[in-house]
Design a protein. Structure first.
Lengths: 212, 212
DNA sequence: CCATGACGATGACATTTGTCACGACTGTCG
DNA sequence: CGACAGTCGTGACAAATGTCATCGTCATGG
C-alpha cells in the first residue's frame, strides 16, 4: 500500500513514517508540512497517488480540512484519514461530511497501521473517543451550519493551560480567582467539547498542541 | 547578571534563553547540550563566568550532577541552579549535598527568573514540590549513602507510560493484567518517588522526559 | 540462610474529579 | 426587545484517584 503524510510537526511526520514503514503496512511516497504542498503533491502525479492520505488538521496556512476539500473536489475516490490531536466535535463533523475515510486521535499511535488497512478495505475508521463524541441520533435542527465553537474560548484555554501544568482544581480556582466548582464545570465542558475522558488526556493533548 | 544554560533539549535551551533575556534578569553567555561542554565552557574564561548556571540533570554522557561536581571542585563559589524534569529524591539529595544553590522543576517556567535573582542574593531556592519531597526531620539512619532507586523500575515505567496516554486505572489494569488496586498503589509509589502530586503531573513530566 | 527489594493483591478510607441541574449576569446581534 | 453565548456560581451525587496498612511470592546477593 502507498501512503503520504501531512503534518506540520516534523517529529510527528518522521515517527509516523517509521511506524507505517516498519510495520510493513505501507510505503511513504512523500510527506508535507502544510496543506498547499499536500494538495500540490497529491495532484502532481495522478498515476502514483497514495492509497491512503494521513492528514493533520491543525496546520499554519491551508489547514487539513481545506486541503481535503480541494483534494476530494478533484478526486472523489481519495481516501483521507485524519490524524489529529483533538476530537473536536466541529472538526469531526466537517471531516466526515467532506467524505473522509477516518478520523483518529494522535494519542494512540499504534492504531494507525490497522486503521489504514481498514480504510483500504473500504471501511470508515473512527478513533475510540471520536465515536463517543458524536451523538448518534439524527442531528436534528442545526441545519447544515456548524459554527459550534471550533476549539475553545479564551477562558477555557486559560484553564486548559493550568490543567496541563498538573495543577488540581483548587489551585486553578485560586490562581484564576474562581470557585472550585466553576473550575470543575469548565473542565467538564472542555472535556465534552474535545471528546476526552479526563484531565490527563487534556493535559497531554494540550501540550502536544502547544508544541508547534 | 550573567548566566549560562545547559540542557540537551534545544527547545528548552532556547525558550529558557528567551525567558531569561526578555525578563531582563540576565544575559546568556553561552549554552551547552551536554555536561562535558558545560564544564569546558565554564572553565574556559574564569574572568567571564556566569553568575548563575542553569543546569539540567538528565543528559546523555556526562550528566548534570557529574558536571556540577567537576565545576564545584574547581570553583567552590559557583552558583548552580538545577532545572530538571523530576523531583527525584535521589537527585535532589545529590544536588544539594554537592552544594547546588537551587533545584527547580521545569514545570513552572515562570519561577526561573525570580529564582535566579534569589540565588544571586545568596539564597538557596527549591521548587515548591521539591521541598515537599524531602522529609525535613534529621534523616537519621541511612548515613550518607543514597542508592534509593534513581528513576523508576521497568514496571513503573510501563505504568507511567500508560498514565501519560491518559488511560484511567481500570484501563491500565486491564492492559497490564493487574488489579486496579495494584495500579493505584504503583502510581502512588511513583508519585512519591518523583515528588509529584497527581497523575497529570506525572503524565506531563513523562512526556517531557520521553521527548528527547 | 536470610535480608532485601521488586512485584502483586486486598480492604478501607479520604480526597479529588467529573456530571448534572439549576440560577444569574453580561454583551452581542438580528 | 429577545435569543444566544460566554461567564460564574451552588449543591448534590457518582466515579475516579491517592494513601495506608498488611499480606504473600519470587529472585538475588551477601
Amino acid at each position: 500500500m502507498k501512503t503520504a503524510i501531512v503534518d506540520d510537526d516534523p517529529i510527528v511526520c518522521s515517527s509516523l513514517s517509521t511506524i507505517v514503514t516498519a510495520s510493513g503496512t505501507a510505503e511513504v511516497l512523500w510527506t508535507a508540512d502544510n496543506g498547499d504542498d499536500a494538495v500540490r503533491l497529491y495532484e502532481q502525479d495522478p498515476a502514483n497517488r497514495p492509497d491512503v492520505l494521513l492528514l493533520d488538521i491543525q496546520m499554519p496556512g491551508t489547514d487539513g480540512l481545506e486541503a481535503a476539500r480541494r483534494i476530494l473536489q478533484r478526486d472523489k475516490a481519495a481516501r483521507i484519514l485524519f490524524l489529529t490531536t483533538f476530537a473536536d466535535k466541529s472538526y469531526i463533523a466537517q471531516a466526515l461530511s467532506l467524505g473522509a475515510k477516518g478520523y483518529l486521535i494522535k494519542q494512540d499511535v499504534k492504531s494507525v497501521a490497522p486503521a489504514m488497512l481498514a480504510v483500504m478495505a473500504g471501511q470508515v475508521v473512527l478513533g475510540s473517543r471520536v465515536l463517543d463524541t458524536l451523538q448518534l441520533p439524527g442531528n436534528e435542527a442545526q441545519s447544515g451550519r456548524q459554527q459550534l465553537s471550533v476549539a475553545l474560548s479564551e477562558r477555557e484555554r486559560d484553564i486548559a493551560e493550568l490543567v496541563s501544568q498538573g495543577l488540581d482544581n483548587r489551585d486553578i480556582a485560586h490562581q484564576l480567582f474562581l470557585s472550585e466548582g466553576t473550575v470543575r464545570n469548565r473542565i467538564s465542558g472542555i472535556l465534552d467539547k474535545l471528546g476526552m475522558a479526563n484531565r490527563t488526556q487534556l493535559a497531554v493533548a494540550w501540550i502536544d498542541a502547544q508544541r508547534r
